[in-house]
Design a protein around this ligand. Structure first.
Ligand code: GAP
Length: 464
């Protein structure tokens, strides 16, 4: 294997070693399908969410924010169709070990097309092709498995207290449609955006953060007149591409997949999956973009008895149709890490580093004294550090190990600039350099001297 090949194993290992992502409940042996974000992972994750909110909500005039409760009245999920077959995955069991698998995944792994199959189709194909479990054992008959997590609300157990952990943030938006319209008087077309946790009892969580049981979504429900859905769909499609550009994903690493009619979700008339070319996995879903018609608002109107019609200024009333860009934060984070992971040769050694865009990097810069046992250097470095910290917030202080080790550490976590206070800064070696520092560029390793008074400006305008 060449040293410059990006593999998921290298990224997972970096994530653990450097404090981006840890296995959930690790000291108890873990909990399948859960991951915890470490100090750097939460910084990167928050940066992704902040940039998304800025691009899709704050920078636009047609978007409204929302943060709905995770627990909702169970009737929401009956009306939306999630309690029925529409939100089920086909499950098969290894007849010897009892382990459970997604039947469509096993078929795909065996090279058999598995989109849009009925349970009978699945049983027939498994029998015809002699598909076995990954352990080589016969499989049970397939059955539908609903992915919603159930829990009980209040002190009384039983059906009256049954609630679900939301499997998508979208329904929180639909049930608040009337509230937003009544309080904000938005004009069509307009969107409601939300970032929050979603939960799915995935039969087979896998591939690091790709398929997990607890994850975050960034979703928009964009309400339009039915006759305008196609033109609005096209405009939002372009906005989604701009978002991937902003994440630093090269265009050739992202592609669109028009989901075939027989594989559309129960609410969708058209869906495009945006797929990223994950190392070792190939193209797979990064985000979804669906035309949900008026399915959700109409279903909630019927089930709740509350009118969810929109009233035009001329008094015309109708239920708007909906376009839904839906992004998984974890999948964006994975794609960003895959894209940023780079290996090159520097000073005769292989180094790995994260070429993260400045607006996503956990730290904007790191400040260090050249030597930590020279009080004058430390004092000056602290002064510089505190000025930058006040200005940018995400500035690291690092005086561990020698300077080479600090550079390697910060390369590996994607810090774009390392600032070092040395004897020149104190005016001890070359008085002309007094009150200047070195800034080292993460990507090139090149260093330049910059006046301390210029640092804020320099870091503000630099894109790398
Ligand atoms: N409201 C529409 C909806 O939830 P979806 O295609 O089921 O549509 C949207 O999910 C996005 O959420 C996906 O494109 C993916 O990024 C993310 N996602 C879905 N299930 C996931 C899982 N089990 N683990 C991680 N991310 C997931």
């Amino acid at each position: 294997m060449s040293t410059t090949e990006t593999t998921m194993e290298k990224i997972v290992s970096l994530c653990k070693r450097r404090g981006f992502v840890f296995q959930g409940s690790e000291i108890y042996g873990g909990l399948k399908g859960t991951w915890d974000l470490g100090p750097l992972g939460v910084a990167l994750n928050n940066n992704i969410k902040r940039e998304w909110w800025k691009m899709f909500v704050e920078d636009r005039e047609d978007m409204y924010g929302l943060d709905a409760a995770i627990l909702m009245n169970a009737k929401v999920w009956e009306a939306s169709g999630h309690t029925g077959a529409g939100f089920c995955d086909p499950l098969v069991e290894d007849t010897k070990t009892g382990e459970r698998y997604r039947a469509d995944h096993l078929l795909k792994d065996a090279g058999i097309a598995a989109d849009g199959l009925t349970i009978d189709d699945i049983d027939r194909l498994i029998a015809e092709h002699g598909v076995l479990s990954p352990k080589g054992n016969p499989l049970s008959k397939a059955r539908q498995f609903n992915m919603m997590f159930e829990t009980t609300i209040g002190a009384t157990a039983g059906p009256a207290g049954l609630v679900y952990l939301r499997p998508e943030t979208a329904q929180g938006i639909f049930v608040n449609f009337k509230n937003v319209v009544d309080t904000m008087s938005p004009k069509l077309p307009f969107g409601i955006a939300q970032i929050g946790k979603a939960f799915r009892n995935e039969i087979a969580p896998r591939d690091f953060l790709f398929r997990v049981r607890e994850f975050e979504q960034m979703e928009i429900e964009y309400f339009v007149k039915e006759g305008e859905w196609e033109v609005r769909f096209e405009a939002l499609r372009q906005d989604i591409w701009k978002w991937f550009d902003h994440l630093g994903l090269r265009r050739e690493k992202v592609r669109e997949y028009d989901v075939p009619e027989n594989d559309l979700a129960h609410y969708s008339r058209r869906t495009i999956d945006f797929e990223y070319d994950y190392p070792g996995k190939g193209f797979d879903e990064l985000a979804g973009f669906a035309y949900r018609t008026d399915h959700d608002l109409r279903s909630h109107q019927t089930a709740s008895g509350v009118s969810l019609e929109y009233t035009e200024p001329d008094g015309t009333k109708f239920i708007p149709h909906v376009l839904e860009p839906s992004f998984g934060v974890g999948r964006a984070l994975t794609a960003v890490l895959c894209e940023a992971y780079t290996e090159d040769e520097m000073n005769g050694e292989v180094r790995s580093y994260l070429k993260l865009p400045v607006h996503l990097a956990p730290y904007r810069a790191c400040v260090s004294p050249l030597l930590k046992n020279k009080p004058q250097l430390v004092e000056k470095a602290r002064e510089v550090f505190l000025v930058l910290k006040k200005e940018f917030g995400n500035i690291a202080w690092d005086d561990n190990g020698n300077i080479g080790k600090r550079y390697r550490r910060h390369d590996e976590i994607g810090t774009p600039a390392c600032i070092v206070i040395d004897f020149d800064t104190l005016g001890e070696e070359n008085p002309a350099n007094q009150d200047t520092v070195t800034i080292r560029n993460r990507d090139t390793g090149a260093q330049e001297r910059v006046a301390i008074t210029e640092l804020v400006n320099k870091l503000t305008i630099a894109t790398v």
